[in-house]
Design a protein. Sequence first.
Length: 405
Amino acid sequence: MSAVTEDLETEEARTERLMRRGQSPRNVRDLLRKSLWIGIWLVFLSSPVQDLASGRHTTGGTVAGWLGLAAFVGGYLTLVFRNLGSPFSQLVVGGVIAVLGVLAVVLCLTLGPPWLGLFVYVSVACGAALPLRTAYAAIPATAAVMLLVGLHGGEKDARNLVLLVLLIGYAMTGVGQLIRTTIELRRARATVAQLAANEERLRLARDLHDLLGHSLSLITLKSELAGRMLPDHPDKAAQQVADIEKVSRQALVDVREAVTGYRRPRLSGELAGAQVALTAAGVTPRLPAEPDLAGVPEESESALAWALREAVTNVVRHSGARRCTVELVHRQTLDGPMLELVVEDDGPGGPGGGPGNGLTGLGERLEKAGGTLEAGGTKRGFRLTARVPVTAGTAAPGDTVGSGA
C-alpha cells in the first residue's frame, strides 16, 4: 500500500513539474528552472552562432545576421514563456509564428545551410502554441519549407532534418495537450470541491433548521405553560422548567451531531418527541405504535424521521389544530414497495402563501433517499405525505404498520 502511495505521489509531483513548464513563471525559482529547461533546447542555435563567429560574412551581413537571430530567439521565447492557462489570442500566436517562419527562410537563403536548425524552433512553436488541428497541418508544412530551402541551397543533409522537425513538433503537441488537460483537471477538481462544500452547507442548513425549529418551538410552548402555572401551581411550573432544560440540552447535542455530520434521527425517537410536543401544544395526538422497520434502509428511516419532525413542528407552530393523526403504512407502488408517512391535522393553517424552507429542505432530503413528498390543504385541515423505498418483500401491499387512537 505504501508503495502505491509513493507511486501516486511521484506521479503527482511529475505532473506538477510538467504543468509548471507550460505556465508563466510565478517566482524566481520557477524562472530559473524554466530558463534551464528551455536553454537545453537552444543547442540547435550553435550552428548559426558559429557561422556568424566564423567571419566568412561581410560586416553588414554579420550585423544583419545577429539582429535576425536576436529577433527570432525573442519571438520564440515569447511563445515558450507564455501562460497556457491564459494564452495569447490566436491572431497574435499566428502572427509571431509567421514572423519566425519568414525569418528562418530569409536567414537560411541569405546566410546559408547552417541556419536550417531554425526550422526546428518554428516546428516547436507550432506544436506548443497552435490548436491541435492547426498544428497538425503547420508542422509538416514547416518541414516541407525547410526541405525546399535546404535543397535550394544545395544542402543534401536537409533530408535528415525533416524527421527531426516532424518528431519534435508532434512531441510538443502531446506535451501541450497534456499540460492543458492537467490544468482542466485541476479546475474540475476545484469545481467538485466547491460543489461538495455547497452540498455540505445545504445539509447543515437543513439540519439546523429542522433541529432548532422543533426544539425552540417546544421550548417556547413549555415556557408559556410555566408562566401560566407559576402563580397557582409552582410544582407543575418547576416540572415544565425541568423539561425546558432537558430539551435545551438535547438540542445542543443534536446541533453538535449535525455539525459533525453524524446525526441520523430515528422514527421511534421522533414519535416520542411528537407525543410530547403535541401534548404540550394542546393538540390531541393519534400516533402509531412502535413501527415495524424491517427492510427499511437507514437513510429512508432517517428521511421519514425528519419528515415527521418537520410536520409536527408545523402543526405546533402554525396549524391551530385540535387533533393530529400520524400513520405509517406499507404500500406497493409502481416504483416498488414504499413506506408511507401521513401526518394530518384539522387546523385552519397559517397565513403562509407557499412552502417554506422546511418543506423545501424536506423535499430535497426525501429526493436524495429516493422518496417523494406531498403536502397541501384538505377539507379538514392539512396533510403531509412522505414516501421512501423499502426492500421488496418486507410487507404486503397496503399493510398498515400502525395507527393508534
